[in-house]
Design a protein around this ligand. Structure first.
Ligand code: APR
Ligand code: PHB
Length: 390
């Protein structure tokens, strides 16, 4: 098979890029290791920046998000039981975020790819990029016992944190930066009305908690747990009890509980790989960087990568201008690191660190006290939460 851009990974990054390029007449093939059902069963965060929402519209995929997504103009931080509202709208010059699940974004992208007869090859095993520093790169794979090969101009590694693309950058070229946090998030999805219309990020001595939502009848909650905990250790009842303890009394009192539809533990990690380009390979999204979920920067940062890469490829093919591709890694990383900083900041501010000295706890307290006393600090929080410009 021959295409212009071979995209490894059919998650939101790969699909969005494929869809955007198709609309500009640029041909892509997407190779995805899993089945579509598997990809669409993954539950991930659900807060979209306006920049990401714009990109989805540009890709012709914004209709259901407009209909079913909820525009949020604020969120709450609860500090040891006291609620404070962070007014995004007021502090970011009228900006807001859209609450719409990543799973739904991915579903809409698949539907859009289907409508345009986009090629997405599922259950592609042993995907391997070749000759990335030459002029004729290609990607090999197996599907149902058959060998496949895609010849292309460029390879995009959008295959997530555990993908193969990043590993094909030589060790002496790749620089990795990593921070592993000593806890995870236990998440529960339940068919219950959300306890709060606006998200609540809760700091508490027993550990962090988050109240989020997917719709007026579907809630998503998280609690910080030790890395040694397993999902089986947590009955639904134990989860609800612990969540209530970490929320303000009035919020806990109105929490509607019910059976969990999904329950999982995700460790928290910050990671960046540099550079994001090697020869004719470009990394995008989780393949190049991940953030802890506090502040929901993951998908949004994947979105800014896709934006830079999309414009770089369009300029290359339609205007014979390769400067956007040349500058891709540098541009993408500048914004990636800002998202890293913000995710680290919110994580550090709101979680209980098992080994940390009293001094660090005092710093969390004064940081929050400063936040509530300073318009400038709230503006900075809001500006980062709604997404820095790109
Ligand atoms: N070959 C082909 N496909 C692969 C391979 C491989 N070797 N390895 C992984 N994949 C696929 C995965 O099955 C997955 O569907 O690549 C896709 C990567 O998707 P994501 O992990 O969702 O990453 P990305 O598209 O960059 O989306 C970023 O997802 O994890 C969240 O916080 C993150 O919200 C952010 C978003
Ligand atoms: C979610 O709804 O899953 C969610 C929301 C906000 C976050 C993280 C996760 O910061």
């Amino acid at each position: 098979m021959r295409t212009q851009v071979c995209i490894i990974g059919g998650g939101p990054s790969g699909l969005l890029l494929s869809q955007l390029l198709h609309l500009k007449g640029i041909d892509t093939v997407v190779l995805e290791r899993q089945s579509r059902e598997y990809v669409l069963a993954r539950i991930r965060a659900g807060v979209l920046e306006q920049g990401f929402a714009r990109l989805l519209h540009e890709a012709g995929c914004g209709e259901r998000m407009d209909r079913e997504g909820q525009v949020h103009e604020a969120f709450f931080i609860s500090d040891q039981g006291r609620l404070h509202r962070v007014d995004l709208n007021r502090h970011s010059g009228g900006n807001s975020v859209v609450v719409y699940g990543q799973t739904e974004v991915t579903r809409d992208l698949y539907a859009a790819r289907d409508r345009l007869n986009g090629i997405v090859i599922h259950e592609a095993e042993d995907v391997q990029p070749h000759d990335l520093t030459g002029d004729h790169p290609f990607v090999t794979y197996r599907q149902g016992g058959e060998e496949g090969r895609v010849d292309c101009d460029f390879v995009v590694g959008a295959d997530g944190f555990h993908g193969v693309s990043r590993k094909s950058i030589p060790k002496d070229v790749l620089r990795e930066y990593e921070k592993v946090y000593p806890f995870g998030w236990l998440g529960v999805l339940s068919r219950t009305p959300p306890v709060s219309h606006e998200l609540i990020y809760a700091r508490h001595d027993r550990g962090f908690a988050l109240c989020s939502l997917r719709s007026p009848v579907l809630s998503r909650y998280y609690i910080q747990v030790p890395l040694t905990d397993r999902v089986e250790d947590w009955s639904d009842d134990a989860f609800w009890e612990e969540l209530k303890r970490r929320l303000p009394g009035e919020v806990a009192a109105r929490l509607v509980t019910g059976p969990s539809i999904e329950k999982s533990i995700a460790p928290l990690r910050s990671y960046v790989a540099e550079p994001m380009r090697h020869g004719r390979l470009f990394l995008a999204g989780d393949a190049a960087h991940i953030v802890p979920p506090t502040g929901a920067r993951g998908l949004n940062t994947a979105g800014s990568d896709v934006h830079y890469l999309y414009h770089g490829l369009v300029a290359h093919y339609l205007q014979a201008d390769s400067s956007g591709l040349q500058q891709y890694s540098e541009r993408a990383l500048a914004r990636v690191w800002k998202a890293q900083r913000f995710s680290w900041f919110l994580t550090t501010l709101l979680h209980t660190f098992p080994q940390s000295p009293e001094y660090d706890r005092k710093l969390q307290e004064v940081e929050l006290a400063y936040l509530w006393s300073s318009e400038a600090a709230q503006r900075s929080l809001a500006e980062n939460y709604v997404g820095l410009p790109y």
